[in-house]
Write a protein of this length. Structure first.
Length: 240
């Protein structure tokens, strides 16, 4: 299967989120809800996604003791939940608990289990902050080490920059999935994203999931902006 587009539903009001889901409903997409949506109106939003029968990624970035993370994951496993993520820095046992909880809860519900993805090093962490945290080496080395732990714990893949996809695939193989934010169509402003790639560059690099937020949520016509990105992705997939 080619790369898939994930739209980050980063708008503050529940009504706006619902409208965005409705506007983009016909396109073959995965929606992403993050901490803002979860903490502001999580249950209503999850119910709406389920009611509309769409696939979604819960960007929950869980990081706690294994039992608590397992309970959190179990609560998030529902029809349509395609991906749930955790922080790799929570450790191997915690990631394994998340993977097991997802599988167990999905089989109780008779649905296919969501992928558990790991966040390695947040892209907002600068090299000097790593040292402050007591982590030796640069962000790249740490990301690869944590990705290895995530793979061994049974995670499906990692959240990473599209610039890291080639190295990750070389280390861990094509089946270890990559999910990449920081995607900007060439005409879009970068906002606070520093190391961006266009949708076609990200697809050519081998990324499995592309996360796009503001270029879609802030477009005059979100559906049109999404179609343009999907078109660009399809073009790149045909060429590669
Ligand atoms: O608007 P934009 O396309 O930059 O949105 C990207 C989305 O991906 C946001 O929801 C952001 O929180 C998320 N994200 C990110 N960088 C990461 C991890 C997640 O931009 N390293």
């Amino acid at each position: 299967m080619g790369a898939q587009l994930i739209v980050a539903l980063d708008v503050p009001q529940l009504e706006e989120v619902r409208k965005l889901i409705d506007d983009l409903y016909e396109l073959d997409l995965i929606f992403k809800i993050g901490l803002e949506g979860l903490y502001s109106h999580g249950e209503a939003l999850l119910e709406y996604l389920q009611q509309r029968d769409v696939r979604y990624f819960v960007d929950a970035k869980l990081h706690d003791i294994p039992r608590t993370v397992a309970a959190g994951v179990a609560a998030l496993v529902r029809p349509g939940a395609h991906i749930i993520n955790v922080h790799a820095l929570g450790g191997s046992e915690m990631m394994r608990a998340a993977v097991e909880a997802a599988q167990n809860r999905a089989s109780e519900l008779g649905i296919s289990g969501p992928h558990i993805f790991a966040v390695t090093i947040l892209t907002s962490i600068a090299p000097e902050e790593l040292r402050e945290l007591g982590l030796q080496g640069g962000p790249g080395e740490n990301a690869i080490r944590l990705a290895a732990l995530a793979r061994d714990a049974g995670c499906s893949g990692v959240v990473c920059s599209a610039h890291e996809v080639r190295d990750l695939k070389a280390f861990f193989g094509a089946d270890f999935l990559t999910l990449c934010p920081g995607i900007r169509p060439s005409q879009s402003p970068h906002g606070d994203q520093k190391r961006v790639m266009t949708p076609s560059q990200a697809v050519a690099s081998g990324a499995d999931y592309l996360v796009v937020g503001r270029p879609i949520t802030r477009a005059q016509d979100s559906a049109e902006a999404t179609r343009a990105i999907l078109h660009e992705m399809q073009g790149a997939a045909t060429r590669s």
